[in-house]
Design a protein around this ligand. Structure first.
Ligand code: HPA
Ligand code: MG
Length: 217
């Protein structure tokens, strides 16, 4: 299926001052702005679930890409469980949780390692897979992940990503479903991290230089 290019486009300079929202005080020196408030994210996830339900015909194996997609995944599944296909049927769902390690060289002919057993992946044969990702940046990891999963002969692979970064480093890959396209800035929150920090922040925010230094490894 081709991408539905009706995602919300967030432009450079858009966003909200920190003082307009409630934020964990332990991050108050580390953020530049609120890019996408939690409530807007949550509403947009509802529409992504709606679009997925509209296109669903078979049981779905939803694969959460850990750790960054776990909150998005939980909300998306919460919504999808309540939705119906256009013919009124509910959608049988099963869940997988995967960690993906990419080994990408300069030619972007990357390979990935998926944290599932061979046996688990053999189980994808003939299934409709929905990969649930937090952010597409260069696109290299996702392209390599799809290539790898195709070896297990699923009936279909679709990808939903909450965020799509507008970066000159993009390989041109666009997921089937996108929540928001965002400027080329490092964002955290809603389970997206910077060196494992900021996952405990509800809003998607732009990290500042202080934050990058504070949580550098
Ligand atoms: N934030 C968090 N994780 C990421 C990002 C980002 O902006 N880009 C790629 N991985
Ligand atoms: Mg990710």
């Amino acid at each position: 299926m081709s991408a539905q290019k009706d995602w919300i486009d967030i432009k450079e300079g858009e966003g909200y001052p920190l003082q307009q929202f409630v934020l964990p005080s332990h991050y108050k020196e580390d953020l530049e702005s609120v890019m996408i408030p939690y409530g807007l994210i949550r509403d947009r996830v509802g529409k992504l679930a709606h679009d997925i339900a509209q296109n669903s015909t078979k049981p779905l194996v939803a694969c959460c890409v850990l750790k960054g997609a776990h909150v998005f995944f939980a909300h998306l599944m919460e919504d999808l469980k309540k939705l119906r296909r256009p013919n009124g049927e509910s959608i049988p769902l099963s869940f997988e949780f995967i960690k993906v390690k990419s080994y990408i060289n300069e030619q972007s002919t990357g390979d990935v390692k998926i944290s599932l057993s061979e046996e688990d992946m053999q189980g994808f044969k003939g299934k409709d897979l929905l990969i649930v990702e937090d952010i597409i940046d260069t696109g290299n990891t996702m392209v390599a992940l799809i290539k790898k999963l195709k070896n297990y002969e699923p009936a279909s692979i679709r990808v939903v990503s909450l965020l799509l970064k507008k970066t000159p480093h993009s390989n041109g890959y666009i997921p089937d479903y996108v929540g928001f396209s965002i400027p080329d800035l490092f964002v955290v929150g809603y389970a997206l991290d910077y060196n494992e920090n900021f996952r405990d922040l509800d809003h998607i925010c732009v990290i500042n230089e202080h934050g990058k230094a504070h949580y550098a490894v």
